[in-house]
Write a protein that binds this ligand. Sequence first.
Ligand SMILES: [Zn+2]
Length: 450
Amino acid sequence: MFSDPTKILFQFSLAHVDNRAVIDDPRFRFVDKNRVCHFFDEWSLEECRETDELPWLMLPNVYQRHRISSLTATFLCEKCAKHSDFLNGTETESTGVSFGDGGSVSSFHERMPKAELHLHIEGTLEPELMFDLASRNRVALPYKSPDEVRKAYEFSDLQSFLDIYYQGTRVLLRDRDFYDLTWAYLQKAHEQNVRHAEIFFDPQAHTERDVPIPAIIDGIHQALRDGEQRFGISSKLILSFLRHLSGEDAMRTLEAALPYRHAFAGVGLDSSECGHPPEKFTDVFARARDEGLFVVAHAGEEGPPDYVWQALDTLGASRIDHGVRSVEDPALVERLRSQRIPLTVCPLSNVKLRVFESIENHNLPQLLDAGLCVTINSDDPAYFGGYINENFQAVDEAFQLTLHQLRTLARNSFEACFMDESRRSRLLEELDTIFTAGGTLPIRCDPGPS
Ligand SMILES: [Zn+2]
């Protein structure tokens, strides 16, 4: 009927239920004898976590063919409506059991509120919008159709991606273009339950084409303000320097942007990593810190752990973008862990740019096991095959993340962002209610052959 679900989270909504008594309750029986054994093998009170006053049980690898009559509970199958029907139908007594959201099915990572902390706005340029803007601005593209653009998105490394990426930016000329680009992202972010976004922009990719800095910043800034009003997405804009250019060029860019300081909150460092160590940018980052800007930097994506050390100690970065190669240096891992320095990890990007051969080879589980403050992000979603939820889905499928790990990743995203404490607390509370909502039983399952 059904294959093993990956995990089940039960919440007994009877606040003072004795777990043992419930299990011993003859009304709480299982349809299939073989599966009863499996259930009891896997279930243990040690796995019970107290959340508020309600007991929670994490039940890995358990079948759901059981009767439930004594619980007032809601089932939510995250992956397949078919399974919901199964639970809703003949196999489960329906007394006191109802389905969350009227039976709607969505996966857990989609339902979680979350923050996106590593996103290049230029990397959200979908091929269709690229064509619209090219036509509006009369820019010739070397492609005949959006499909042809997509076909070109086979990259061998970071540089091969950057070559296409910079070509795409050529259609962005006026503030309206930057507005439309940002607005398209915010609509997507809203659909994916992103509540806060910290967004990079690369002014040097545009100023070298004589696009004035105010047009870039005004267009993005206005869209972010509208996104906050319309969707409730709070945001920070991060001015990012292109590391393949010089430190002096970065300084000139910062100085040109400072009159618009109200519109951006931090500085970052991106583009070709190898051969361009963070220390190249010591002066401009010092200047940025003096201006009260927060500091993040890409490091340890293709570059060595030493670049992460430099980003921390020379640039003063309080968050590292990517940083996956940090695991090669135990002392660095310890520094990141003990100081809770977040890593904004971008799984689909890492595979697309061959940092890891496949998603199954990604070191996300290792980073989580090391106790690091890891977050999931989309980097350049139009180019890498997915926005934040697709990134979550990829790692969830590859590693069968527990609900606890998914919750940790979402919590980390709110811990790692730059926002006022009252909003942070509200978002964390909202996240917690997904796990502790009275009467909700999120059940994960994989449909097997029927
Ligand atoms: Zn990036």
